[in-house]
Structure formats: C-alpha cells, structure tokens
Write a protein that binds this ligand. Structure first.
Ligand code: NAD
Length: 297
C-alpha cells in the first residue's frame, strides 16, 4: 500500500481521499478548511499541519482544488510545496484547470525531477463517493501505469488522453459537448410540450430515433420523465450550473488559443452564464430546461 498526500478535501476531494483510506493506503490529508479536515479524519485519514507536512515521504501527491490559481500557488507559489516532495513521488492534479496551466506546472515540476500527470475527473460528487469516477489522464505511459495504483481505488474508468495537458483538453471537449446536448434536448422537449405532447412519450420516441443522446436517456431535464435524476428533485444535487460555466469558460479559452471554431460551445456558454446570472448557479445544469419553459400566469 502506498503513502499518499491528499490536498483539497472539498465535495470531491473529501470522498476521494476516504476511498483511498478504505483501500488501505496511508493517507496524509491537508485542506485550508478545518471542517473538511475533521470529516476525513473521522474516516481514518491522518491530518497534516500544512501541505508541506502532508507531502513528506509520500509516494503519490494528489491535489483536488477549485481552479488553476490554487493549484499553481500550492506547488509553485505561496505554499510552494514542490521543493518538499520526494523525488520518487508522482504528482497527480485532479482539479479541472486550463491545459496551459497544467503544462506549465508539469514543466516546472520536471525541472525539479518530479513526475506529473493531470487527471481531471468526470462523474461528480456521486461518483467520488461511490468510487466510480472517470479519470482522464495527460502524462507519459509510465506515469499513467504508475497512477493506476491509486486512481483505480477512486474510479472505474481510467483513460490516457495523451501528453501532459491532454487530460484537461479531453475533459473540456466532453463537457462542452454535454452542455450543447443538454440545451438541445431541453429546447426540443419544451417545443413538444408547447405543441401538446407528453414529454415522456416524446422522450421514448426520440430515444428510438436519431435524436437519442445521453442527456435524454439518463439525465432527462424535464421533471418527472425519469426517477432519481436532479430534474425530478427540484434540480438539487448533480453538477452545478456554476461548475458548467467554469468548464465552458475553459473550453472558450482553449478554442481561442487553438483558433478552433466552436459556435455551439460559445452559444451554450452564453446561455449557461445568463441562467447563472438569473440566480440558478447552485442548481444542477439540467435546470437550463426551465429557461425554455413558458411563464405560467
Ligand atoms: P470544493 O470547493 O468543494 O473543494 C475545494 C477544496 O479545496 C476546499 O475544501 C478548499 O478549502 C480547498 N482548498 C482551496 N485552496 C487550497 C489550498 N491552497 N490548500 C489546501 N486546500 C485548499 O470544490 P470541488 O467541488 O471538490 O471541486 C474540486 C475540483 O474538481 C474543481 O476543479 C472542480 O472543477 C472539479 N470537479 C468538480 C465536480 C463536482 O461535481 N463538484 C465534478 C468534476 C470536477
């Protein structure tokens, strides 16, 4: 079993660290929030007094932080833990950040003889708790193989997308497509309802037709078409609009940098930003359906 330093124990990182403890790894955890630390301590993780303290002697250093500025500050900036990490260790950043920052971090760590992979996840808080996350890795073949020891205890699907940064690119491509499918599914369902159709019947028809897609089949945005999805539970739980807006901002940045044409991604971002600004940031992203509903007088 490995010695793992885990930094960032929020909604995602907390349950991920707990799954490593359950798998028998020796986990040293650190977060700026005392509350987050108390929760993983109760599940058997050792609590470190600082990030530098957590990484001492670790085989794997895993971070799960809100955004690029936190990740860069942790390793290279204010907290500057890179110099405290053992040369044998593999650094795994699971946060969703822009690919350029991931590459910059990988290069800076390589200068200090430290191995690095970016490993953003898909699967949300439910997947983090259940240990069924999908990891999308950017890094060398050897480091991807090495990472399986710990990633396999937190997730079910492990993909190797390419070199450092490729994990982040693949993740935002997926989330951009997901947002487009969610918006398209929502407007089609609402147009059917406006024309007198039952959304359950319309969903069944489209599921057997060429409009079939993941959002329609497993995450239907229209309330009461499917049980146990956020739309049938007041759009609570799931993947927040705030996080979708963050990911679509990263997708837009990437498309500007690569000169790619992403008209539907840009439109989906604008729709989600408007939805967020209308006060829906904490709701699940399928709540975009309500933007198409007729106001009931
Ligand atoms: P969160 O805000 O719940 O947790 C982040 C944690 O990091 C907090 O506990 C915070 O105190 C801690 N932190 C911040 N700066 C720190 C520092 N310098 N040192 C130590 N701890 C620090 O966020 P989350 O929902 O767990 O998301 C984490 C990452 O995962 C984000 O990049 C997000 O985009 C990505 N993600 C989230 C989801 C989701 O459904 N929540 C799904 C996929 C990916």
């Amino acid at each position: 079993m490995a010695k793992v330093a885990f930094i960032g124990l929020g909604n995602m990182g907390g349950p991920m660290a707990v799954n490593l403890v359950k798998a028998g790894h020796q986990v040293a955890a650190f977060d700026l929030s005392a509350n987050a630390l108390a929760q993983v301590k109760a599940e058997g993780a050792a609590v470190a007094s600082s990030a530098a303290d957590a990484v001492a002697g670790a085989d794997f250093v895993i971070s799960m932080l809100p955004a690029a500025k936190h990740v860069l500050s942790l390793y290279l900036g204010e907290q500057g833990i890179a110099t405290h990490i053992d040369k044998k260790a593999l650094v795994i950043d699971c946060s969703t950040i822009d690919a350029d920052s991931a590459r910059k971090l990988g290069a800076a760590l390589a200068e200090q003889d430290l191995a690095f992979i970016d490993a953003p996840v898909s699967g949300g808080v439910g997947g983090a708790k259940a240990g069924t996350l999908t990891f999308i890795v950017g890094g060398s073949d050897a480091d991807f193989e090495r990472a399986k020891t710990v990633l396999g205890n937190m997730g079910k699907n492990l993909f190797h997308a390419g070199a450092v940064g490729a994990g982040q690119v693949a993740k935002i491509c997926n989330n951009m497509l997901l947002s487009i499918l969610m918006v398209g599914t929502s407007e089609a369902l609402q147009m059917g309802i406006d024309n007198g159709l039952d959304p359950k019947v319309l969903s069944e028809i489209m599921l057997k037709s060429s409009g079939r897609n993941w959002t329609l089949e497993l995450y239907n945005p229209c309330p009461d078409v499917l049980p146990n999805v956020p739309s049938s539970n007041g759009y609570q739980g799931g993947f927040m609009v705030d996080l979708m807006v963050k990911d679509l901002g990263l997708a837009l940045e990437a498309s500007l940098q690569s000169g790619s044409s992403t008209p539907l991604g840009a439109l989906a971002r604008s729709l989600y930003v408007a939805h967020q600004r209308a006060g829906n940031g904490k709701l699940d992203f399928s709540s975009i359906f309500t933007a198409f509903e007729k106001v009931k007088n």
